[in-house]
Write a protein that binds this ligand. Structure first.
Ligand code: GDP
Ligand code: MG
Length: 162
């Protein structure tokens, strides 16, 4: 069986954009605003000769009424089915309470986590990653899902856990 890599994180951080970047096509739907109901979607992916399942957790945007609880329960399902996780955070916004909630759940799962600090669109944005060291999940990887910057290095690290 192929490994399953889940992309998790709070709404609007760029999870679907990252999934599309990894797939090399527009499969996952990118939204400018959070709050759109969608199920978890699994895609067949390949990186450096290894086949794997890539799961976009778009459904986390499902419940704008109780977004914190929706994030927690949907995240738990996605993570429980995954072999490894990419946690996406927004480097332009910085660390939020929602990020920390998700991290608590991830830590409890025991699954290997690689942190992607998205929206680090150019070299000058690299400093944005530094504050995410305090999540305690190892090196935060600055990436730009939109432009592709850093995504190869991120996948190299994440795939080591698959
Ligand atoms: P999701 O809700 O986490 O799946 O986030 P989306 O992939 O739908 O993206 C949310 C918004 O962030 C969209 O407006 C994207 O165009 C934007 N976005 C995603 N990745 C990047 C990035 O690397 N840089 C910048 N500047 N914007 C991004
Ligand atoms: Mg999405």
């Amino acid at each position: 069986a192929v490994g399953v890599l889940a992309v998790v994180g709070r709404p609007n951080v760029g999870k679907s954009t990252l999934v599309n970047r990894i797939l090399g096509r527009r499969a996952a739907v990118v939204e400018d605003t959070p709050g759109v109901t969608r199920d978890r979607v699994s895609y067949d992916a390949e990186w450096a000769g290894t086949d794997f399942k890539l799961v976009d957790t778009g459904g986390w945007e499902a419940d704008v009424e109780g977004i914190e609880s929706a994030i927690a329960s949907q995240a738990q399902v996605a993570v429980s089915l995954a072999d490894a996780v990419i946690l996406v955070v927004d480097g332009q916004v910085g660390l939020t309470a929602s990020d920390e909630r998700i991290v608590s759940m991830l830590r409890a799962s025991g699954k290997p986590v690689t942190v992607a600090v998205n929206k680090a669109d150019d070299h000058a944005s690299e400093y944005l990653s530094a504050e995410f060291w305090k999540l305690g999940l190892g090196e935060p990887h600055g990436v730009s899902a939109m432009h592709g910057r850093g995504v190869g290095d991120l996948l190299d690290v994440a795939m080591e856990s698959l």
